[in-house]
Design a protein. Structure first.
Ligand SMILES: [Zn+2]
Ligand SMILES: [Zn+2]
Length: 159
């Protein structure tokens, strides 16, 4: 499922499906963002798979359970922990959980749909590796801006 999610994120959501996913890479107001429609699509997919499985296809049932579990985990960890849509008090400071959060934060370090890293979720590469990859591409939004005005001598912006 991680492989499927990675491919869907990289080629669909950052491809022709950017229209929905864009909302997740921008600041949005309100509780819902357009990107949540993907969760709805995956839920419907899981329901269809369960329906097929009930007709005597146990293998499809196993896939349906996999999709559902992945979706639940993603909903809790990605939406809740990483993006703070749930009132989690503690941000993990060590181990795998910390790496997972950092890796996904780096996915959001790039503005726009191209040049992003870390499309997967469960498999979180070490931060150093992702940072190096980003630096090499030079696509980090903050760095891009920094090229025209360094943050040290930049006048404070009034919003
Ligand atoms: Zn994305
Ligand atoms: Zn995210």
């Amino acid at each position: 499922m991680e492989g499927v999610a990675w491919a869907a994120h990289k080629y669909i959501m950052h491809g022709f499906g950017w229209g929905w996913h864009k909302s997740h890479h921008e600041d949005t107001e309100g509780i819902f963002e357009k990107n949540d429609l993907y969760a709805a699509v995956f839920s419907v997919l899981a329901i269809v798979l369960f329906a097929v499985a009930s007709q005597g296809h146990p293998l499809i049932g196993a896939i349906a359970i996999g999709v559902t579990l992945y979706g639940a985990f993603y909903f809790i960890v990605h939406d809740g922990l990483v993006h703070q849509r749930w009132p989690f008090r503690n941000i993990p400071h060590r181990g795998y959980a910390k790496r997972l959060v950092q890796a996904h934060r780096l996915h959001h370090a790039v503005e726009g749909k191209d040049g992003c890293v870390s499309f997967g979720f469960l498999y979180a590469p070490p931060v150093e590796k992702l940072s190096a990859e980003l630096r090499q591409r030079g696509t980090v939004a903050a760095e891009k801006r920094g090229r025209s005005a360094s943050p040290v001598n930049k006048a404070p912006t009034i919003h």
